[in-house]
Ligand binder design. Structure first.
Ligand SMILES: *Cc1c(COP(=O)(O)O)cnc(C)c1O
Length: 422
């Protein structure tokens, strides 16, 4: 029996897929306690977009600690915080013509979602929130009520109220227009749908299986929100911070959400940090009305600021991400054309792509094969049927090539066998 099976709760899940003990991490690599090297295409489920221990970020943090920088400060003003706010305003918001205030919430993504939902309900004086099929927004009670996944929902053990679910872009296939359906339901005083205070949506559903909302759909959704006086909240916790190629995932659509949640890769090196970006008019909180001991992690401010200054002052990083994304697309298209559309489907966009298998059992076996070959890659989706390629965005062409080769081999070995059997 290991210390983990003796002491750690059965609730652990990733550790079951990748049963080894990790010890060291650098760039796109993880090393276990036997010094075996793995390519990390899980990347903290999107919390490690800049890889492990990026030298620039690590040095910034080491300098800050060495100088006795403030570590914990509730929501007191600190130099680390003001530097982050300035960098975020000057280099993220202003160039994109976005005007947001930042609310530092508790340090996890679900804390930012809870704050967004609470504030939207307070502002509009309505209880209902509109969220989507296959959406994932966290597992605290407010967030899990807006989450689709029955496995997560059933963990709540209380009624999950005040959320109405609508079909996501393409949920009923390409021919069906889910926005027209939502419009009709909201316009009909007898539809039985109470007018929501806000719409909560991911532009690419991360845990839900890399389903993509088209730009046209997002634009239509933004107009629908205006027509029905609902706030538009984009959950960019997973798709944001460059994962789809731009800092915010909604940039190509041109929409300007009322609120945006960010967490996962915001600190840039795996430190916990979350923010709610909100239009200044929406900042209707009373002081301390929404609270928390760990709002604003100064170490995370330091590394987040360093990441903005290192990666986001021009569009070189975005262009590199687009090139790596094209490399993934090309590899996945080859696999799809080899195995046929009825066996594999390409999902997602940017470096948020995956391959959908016929069922979760096959996808799980591919992930296990990849692990045996030294590649850590997870599955997502309503039936865990999507093999989800989440390499660090900083990956080099040759490192990505090596990972994709291991992944392709895994597909060939698992699906090839399967197809020969049929
Ligand atoms: C991970 C995630 C969350 C929840 O973040 P936690 O830090 O796990 O609470 C919310 N929304 C999306 C889209 C996520 O991917």
């Amino acid at each position: 029996m290991t210390i983990y099976s003796e002491m750690e709760s059965a609730v652990q899940c990733y550790a079951r897929s990748f049963p080894t003990e990790f010890n060291r991490a650098q760039g796109v690599f993880l090393f276990d306690s036997n010094n075996r090297q793995y390519l990390d295409f899980l990347a903290g489920a999107g919390a490690l977009n800049y890889g492990h221990n990026h030298p620039v970020l690590k040095q910034a943090l080491l300098n800050y600690i060495a100088a006795d920088g403030v570590t914990h400060s509730l929501d007191l003003h600190t130099v680390a915080k003001s530097r982050f706010l300035e960098a975020f305003r000057n280099h993220i918001l202003r160039p994109r013509q976005l005007d947001y205030r930042l609310q530092f919430t508790g340090p996890t993504g679900t804390n930012a979602i809870e704050a967004a939902l609470k504030l939207a309900r307070k502002i509009k004086g309505r209880r209902n929130i509109l969220s989507f099929t296959n959406g994932f927004h966290g597992v605290t009670l407010g967030s899990v009520a807006a989450t689709g996944n029955s496995h997560h929902r059933s963990g709540a053990q209380v009624s999950l109220n005040d959320v109405v679910r609508m079909p996501y872009c393409g949920y009923f296939g390409d021919q069906s227009d889910s926005l027209a359906m939502i419009e009709q339901l909201l316009s009909d005083p007898s539809s039985g749908i109470d007018l929501p205070a806000a719409v909560l949506v991911e532009t690419v559903q991360g845990e839900g299986g890399l389903n993509v909302a088209s730009d046209i759909w997002l634009q239509g959704l933004a107009r629908l929100c205006k027509r029905h006086d609902m706030l538009l909240i984009i959950d960019d916790i997973q798709a944001g911070c460059g994962r789809t190629g731009t800092f915010f995932s909604f940039e190509p659509s041109g929409i300007k959400p009322d609120m945006v949640t960010l967490s996962k890769s915001l600190s840039a090196c795996g430190l916990p940090m979350a923010v709610l970006c909100l239009r200044p008019e929406l900042d209707q909180w009373q002081p301390g009305e929404h609270n928390g001991t760990f709002r604003g992690n100064n170490y995370a401010f330091v590394t987040a600021t360093a990441a903005i200054q290192h990666f986001w002052l021009d569009d070189n990083f975005s262009r590199a991400v687009a090139q790596r994304a094209a490399q993934v697309t090309q590899c996945f298209q080859q696999l799809v054309s080899h195995f046929g559309n009825e066996h594999l489907r390409r999902k997602g966009r940017g470096l948020m792509q995956g391959l959908e298998c016929r069922d979760g059992e096959l996808a799980g076996r591919i992930s296990q094969q990849a692990f045996d070959k030294g590649l850590i890659i997870e599955t997502a989706g309503n039936r865990r049927q999507v093999v989800k390629c989440f390499c660090p965005l900083t990956i080099s062409e040759s490192e990505l090539g090596a990972g994709l080769e291991r992944l392709s081999e895994s597909f060939h070995s698992v699906l090839g066998k399967q197809l020969r059997r049929v």
